[in-house]
Ligand binder design. Sequence first.
Ligand code: NAI
Length: 478
Amino acid sequence: MSFDYKVADLSLAEAGRHQLRLAEHEMPGLMALREEYAASQPLKGAKIAGSLHMTVQTAVLIETLTALGAEVRWASCNIFSTQDEAAAAVAVGPDGTPDDPQGVPVFAWKGETLPEYWWCTDQILTWPNGDGPNMILDDGGDATMLVHNGVEWEKAGQVPATTEEDSEEFAVFKDLVRGTIAENPQKWTKVAAGIQGVTEETTTGVHRLYQLAETGDLLFPAINVNDSVTKSKFDNKYGCRHSLIDGLNRATDTLIGGKVAVVCGYGDVGKGCAESLRGQGARVVVTEVDPICALQAAMEGYQVATLEDVVETADIFITTTGCKDVIRAEHMEQMKDKAIVGNIGHFDNEIDMAGLAKLPGVVKTEIKPQVHEWVLPSGRSIIVLSEGRLLNLGNATGHPSFVMSNSFSNQTIAQIELFTKSGEYDNRVYTLPKVLDEKVARLHLDALGVRLTELTKGQAEYLGVDVAGPYKPEHYRY
Ligand code: NAI
């Protein structure tokens, strides 16, 4: 064994490799970037710690980063989201065999425990010979949080004691950090000092980064990949439009048509989810706290109500808010028999799973992995998907390749930008310039047979833009 890794089963590598090959065909943006940068190797010297769902699409991203010269270590950012065959294919690599793996150190398998999850995250930040990464590629901010909390607690001289208020996840996280600091008291300070920047994939992780930047606590520059238009307006919306019902169908195989489906939150993810459920013939009800998004939902023809209005009559409940405690135990108690409850937002705190488990006499039965029936005190039962974690990755395989090619082209460009120009960025959160956003879109047009109209010079002057773009001002909302 030439390097350290931990995956479920290396013998799945061949099956994974076939899927990667097909995915490459559907990821024209990433393949174009491989071609564009093959000779110049802009990521040579980059040591990237990646924490992002270890799927087939992510495998193509990882091999794009290595094709551009980077060294990479990878973990998943969710305990259920790894596709074991993709993890195996990446660890084995295109030229290795299961007996002689030659790929990338991957630490990910489907169905990790929480201690295993944080161990994997620690592994990507712990490089051979006491070294650390110089770049982070994050999804949801867990790798970034580990470094930041590690530094804070090293400075404080201790990890705060675990309290009853702590979620199980946070308690496990504190244990991990306690262990790492006991072993190496300056570990996180050293790791942080080596990091040139982080590129963050999703709304929730970006939210955490802006909070750190606001208080002056951000330790390195960050690029917010989520708010590239070709990310959030595509992956969050059209990706979820595809993968929400994929998850629902694989988990339950319940006919969606004719049912009442509640979508909590009508942001980018909620818009895609509502559209897909309506596409299946469901009657969709939206809940929102933001009057603008509520009005948008109403204009699209969705009923907008409070959860309390519909909790007793709806059949399917999906949270998409990135907020916490959206569906609580008192709601679940009132639901119809066999109502389906799932979350597609980043963290598992949108549905109060701890509160559900505490209901008197509640009984949980596994129907199959990531699908559980909970019998409630009323005698009715509900079906909860992926234990409240994002169901599109827990019950299905996440977004399809083509949409992830857009997201991951932004990730690759952001990594190049921060790695090659780190001196030009402060410890703040940046988005990619619009010209690069437009470039990502351009890379995906040919595959769809899109024929773009070109502005004449006169038209461009009239609009006050360049013939080659960018075509919109920064404040344009798409
Ligand atoms: P967003 O900010 O565009 O939308 C969230 C919406 O929820 C907002 O309109 C907000 O007003 C609303 N909201 C907040 N609290 C609420 C509450 N208590 N009740 C009802 N509505 C509420 O965010 P976006 O981009 O749609 O992302 C949502 C979540 O999904 C984030 O956690 C993000 O990280 C995650 N995500 C998951 C993906 C997946 O594949 N599962 C893909 C992309 C994002």
